[in-house]
Design a protein around this ligand. Structure first.
Ligand SMILES: [Zn+2]
Length: 47
């Protein structure tokens, strides 16, 4: 199962694989395909 992330702007949920791009171990970029909102190092429920 792929966990989902909720956009803080438009509140739509997308699969983490689609909205999160890992540039390195500690640098994750979130980008919402619905409203184009983007943010670095968004919190995940991991760990
Ligand atoms: Zn959004």
């Amino acid at each position: 199962m792929i966990p989902t992330v909720q956009c803080p702007k438009c509140n739509k949920e997308e699969a983490m694989d689609k909205v999160l791009t890992a540039h390195s171990n500690q640098n994750v970029l979130y980008k919402c395909p619905h409203c184009a909102y983007s943010k670095r190092q968004i919190q995940t429920s991991k760990g």
